[in-house]
Design a protein around this ligand. Structure first.
Ligand SMILES: NC(=O)c1ccc[n+]([C@@H]2O[C@H](COP(=O)([O-])OP(=O)(O)OC[C@H]3O[C@@H](n4cnc5c(N)ncnc54)[C@H](OP(=O)(O)O)[C@@H]3O)[C@@H](O)[C@H]2O)c1
Length: 174
């Protein structure tokens, strides 16, 4: 199972502004995220991201969607599961359904999966905006991780994509 984090971020590491949400995300990154989601068709979010995606009309995505929440919620969609299970058990839900790749998203949820050492790859689409109040790309429990840069792509005149592999142990290769 390959677990992928795909985030549009500011150069100072924010994924949502407390004033303007994700309005800072430009079209090339938006398209890139949708393209990958349409290929992977397996999506894990926390309540925070779920509520915002629902408001913007993007939720649920095609395929299987899992919303991590510690509150009991009844799903109104056939392809959406609300669960209080932890990261490893959530991945098991996808594995049982035959999925080989999963996209994970949300500040707290990103940290939960990183702390559990379950993330394989991270795509960061760096956007040309800075703000200092909002949600950080890793906004949950404390963890340390080493990454290896495996790709750099210019997405548009003002956006660049950094693609990392998460090293499960040891130090990054130089
Ligand atoms: N820029 C981007 O590419 C991008 C991508 C994704 C999201 N976002 C933005 O990120 C923001 C959401 O991030 P977020 O950090 O606020 O929320 P989040 O990570 O999406 O969800 C956090 C929520 O997940 C639930 N949860 C379930 N299990 C948990 C556990 N073990 N520990 C902690 N929480 C758990 C909790 O809600 P309950 O109270 O229900 O338990 C918690 O409040 C939104 O503004 C969204 O638009 C941006």
């Amino acid at each position: 199972m390959k677990v992928i984090i795909y985030m549009s971020i500011t150069p100072n590491g924010y994924i949502a502004s407390s004033r303007s949400g994700t309005d800072f995300i430009q079209s090339a990154s938006d398209r890139g995220f949708r393209r990958m989601m349409s290929q992977v068709k397996a999506n894990v979010v926390g309540t925070g991201t779920y509520k915002k995606s629902l408001e913007s009309g993007h939720f649920p995505y095609k395929g299987l969607n899992v919303v991590m929440t510690r509150k009991p919620v009844k799903s109104r969609w056939k392809n959406v599961i609300f669960t209080d299970k932890g990261p490893a058990e959530v991945l098991e839900l996808f594995r049982k359904e035959g999925y080989r790749r999963v996209m994970v998203g949300g500040g707290k949820i990103n940290s939960l999966f990183m702390k559990a050492k379950l993330v394989d790859e991270i795509y960061l689409d760096v956007q040309p905006s800075v703000f200092t109040e909002g949600v950080r790309v890793f906004d949950g429990p404390d963890f340390d991780a080493k990454l290896r840069l495996i790709g750099v792509k210019r997405l548009s005149r003002s956006e660049v994509q950094l693609h990392y592999k998460v090293l499960k142990k040891g130090h990054p290769q130089k």
